[in-house]
Design a protein around this ligand. Structure first.
Ligand code: PBG
Length: 325
């Protein structure tokens, strides 16, 4: 006789619902958005079907549509023409720049929006690196000065949560001190804590045209072979004052998400990155898998691994699906 029959809890949709351990909610999602110069511009990113680069006027419309779906948090990334990039990424903190203006405009148009920013030099760097690149090296402490200016400028423009994605040592504390000194003590920091040197960022670098001109990012982003090292990064970010810890990419690093969730009491976020999105979309377009079901399973698995928050290009599609139910 079989006493234990786990299948009893799978008998009907209602019972499966009762036994369900994990749920994904629209409010847990952050939608990355790409901003470009100009007016009335909407360009699809070739390697990310359904994801666009918007000029500010159209970006505002996109945000408004997302708000109606219950999607309130956006991670905004700027795509700059080569002519605006330089060695020191000075455009990143210039008053009235495309990005800072946009943050200000978004916040004044929709005060209820939560804006997350990107703090790293690469969108503004003529070298395509997240830090200052000299003699084939990335200069850590000199880069902090640039990141500090960028962070302050973003806070002044109305950002709610800053997202240092650069992986320089000491950046969280450096930014925290500058923010506090300037009376931005309520501006949060979601640190890209365990950010790996990953091939899954390919489509994003297409979107921003931000691939490194020389070398790679392996001297600052983490080695995909390492897990215990993520604990060191997490501990530092915790001590330095981060409000959220992020793991990136998500799918190939579910074990790292789970590790941080088990060891730290801060909310854990995961970035379901561009390459993970592109794989699902490409296979879906070929009819090789059901893209919608796969999306749901992907998001669920990231939540199940222990991420409370998911940055994902699927956010709007997911929210639309939830609303239509
Ligand atoms: C760079 C940055 C990257 C992403 C977010 N911020 C790419 C990189 O490190 O080269 C990747 C996001 C994605 O692939 O969706 N500071």
């Amino acid at each position: 006789m079989l006493i234990r029959r786990p299948r009893r809890n799978r008998k009907t949709a209602v019972i499966r619902g009762l036994a369900e351990e994990t749920t994904v909610l629209t409010k847990d999602l952050i939608f990355p958005l790409f901003l470009i110069e100009g007016e009335n511009m909407k360009e699809e990113v070739a390697s990310m079907p359904g994801i666009y680069r918007y000029s500010l006027d159209l970006l505002l419309g996109e945000i408004e549509a997302c708000l109606k779906l219950g999607l309130n948090t956006f991670a905004v990334f700027p795509s700059l023409p080569e002519s605006k990039k330089d060695h020191m990424a000075t455009e990143s903190y210039k008053e009235n720049s495309l990005y800072l203006n946009a943050l200000h405009k978004i916040k004044s148009s929709f005060p209820e929006v939560c804006i997350m920013t990107d703090v790293a030099m690469d969108p503004y760097s003529s070298d395509g690196h997240d830090g200052i690149y000299e003699n084939e090296e990335i200069l850590n402490d000199e880069t902090l000065e640039v990141l500090g200016k960028m962070a302050l400028a973003q806070a002044q423009a109305g950002a709610d949560i800053l997202g240092p994605s650069d992986m320089m040592d000491g950046r969280v504390q450096f930014m925290r001190e500058i923010l506090d000194k300037n009376n931005f003590k309520d501006v949060g920091i979601m640190s890209y804590t365990a950010k790996y040197a990953s091939a899954f960022y390919g489509p994003f670098r297409d979107a921003l045209d931000s691939a490194p001109k020389a070398g790679d990012k392996k001297t600052y982003q983490m080695n995909p072979a390492n897990k215990r090292e993520a604990l060191i990064e997490a501990e530092l970010d915790y001590i330095e004052g981060a409000d959220f810890l992020m793991v990136k990419p998500a799918l190939a690093y579910l074990d790292v998400i789970s590790l941080l969730e088990n060891n730290f009491d801060l909310p854990i976020a995961a970035y379901n990155v561009s390459g993970e999105y592109a794989m699902v979309k490409a296979a879906g377009q070929k009819g090789w898998l059901d893209a919608e079901q796969t999306m749901l399973e992907v998001l669920l698995s990231i939540r199940r691994a222990g991420a409370k928050i998911i940055l994902t290009y699927f956010a709007k599609e997911f929210a639309q699906l939830q609303q239509s139910k």
